[in-house]
Design a protein around this ligand. Structure first.
Ligand SMILES: Nc1ncnc2c1ncn2[C@@H]1O[C@H](COP(=O)(O)OP(=O)(O)OP(=O)(O)O)[C@@H](O)[C@H]1O
Length: 242
């Protein structure tokens, strides 16, 4: 039997008259690398914020790792890893102090060893004692990536995690994510980089103006000799023209 790591039913978020997410229902199976795709303003970040209990839906329900997000948002955040959209680590801490803080909050006994692994893996050990406010954008993003995965969560919800990385780091992170799901973990990834999504995602959903335009698997596109970027452009263009 398939195991749903995320199950959302009729999730809706309204900001005044604006419907940012409109009754979205989706399910994500264990081990999936699930791509959350859509043009600017289509509701991707709002979905991630609702699924991680950062904002309350106007309507609808969701369970994440079996926990009801509205009833126990802290319980969800304890279990998952999150990279929020365009978030930066605390300006007044060094990179090392930030990972120590995350280790204390998440009660990770071997945080020093784990932090050392991440500094090495993402090649920023020389910056570990630099205040976050003085780190480059890409290095801050490395730190955000490390904090999301340092406790090796069964599920990570990551919003545009690759955007500030150079091509070498993008490649490395892409491989990391693919390997991570092969171990039975699940990734819910919002991205505009469709080549990356095509390369590593197993499943995807395309949102447009808060509605689901399409859900499918990358394998089914490949079987039809189609590329995700063409498919996306056609679908969104067609929707804009109706
Ligand atoms: N706090 C807020 N108050 C009012 N409107 C908001 C708020 N947050 C998001 N919105 C609106 O909700 C809609 C969806 O925004 P969201 O950030 O979820 O889209 P997105 O798909 O993540 O976009 P992008 O790809 O540009 O990051 C947009 O029209 C946005 O302006």
């Amino acid at each position: 039997m398939s195991e749903h790591v995320i199950a959302a039913t009729g999730l809706t978020k309204k900001y005044g008259d604006l419907v940012a997410v409109n009754g979205v229902s989706l399910s994500v199976e264990k081990g999936a690398l699930y791509g959350l795709l859509g043009p600017n303003g289509s509701g991707k970040s709002t979905m991630i914020k609702m699924l991680t209990g950062q904002i309350r839906p106007t309507a609808g329900t969701a369970t994440v790792l079996g926990v009801d997000v509205q009833q126990d948002p802290v319980g969800v955040r304890e279990r998952v890893g999150i990279i929020p959209e365009q978030e930066t680590p605390p300006s007044f801490l060094t990179a090392h102090e930030y990972l120590q803080l995350v280790g204390a909050i998440r009660k990770i006994p071997d945080i020093e060893e784990r932090a050392a692994w991440w500094f090495d893996f993402m090649d920023f050990g020389d910056k570990k004692d630099v205040l976050c406010k003085d780190l480059s954008r890409g290095t801050r993003q490395k730190l955000m990536f490390a904090q999301a995965f340092v406790h090796q969560p069964a599920l990570a919800l990551i919003d545009e995690p690759l955007i500030n990385f150079d091509p070498i780091m993008q490649h490395q992170v892409k491989d990391y994510l693919a390997e991570y799901t092969k171990k039975g973990n699940t990734i819910f990834l919002s991205t505009h980089i469709l080549e990356v999504a095509e390369e590593i995602c197993s499943d995807f959903v395309i949102l447009h103006k808060g509605n689901i335009l399409h859900t499918g698997t990358v394998a089914s596109l490949v079987a039809e000799h189609r590329h995700l970027d063409d498919f996306f452009l056609e679908l969104v263009q067609r929707t804009r023209n109706v």
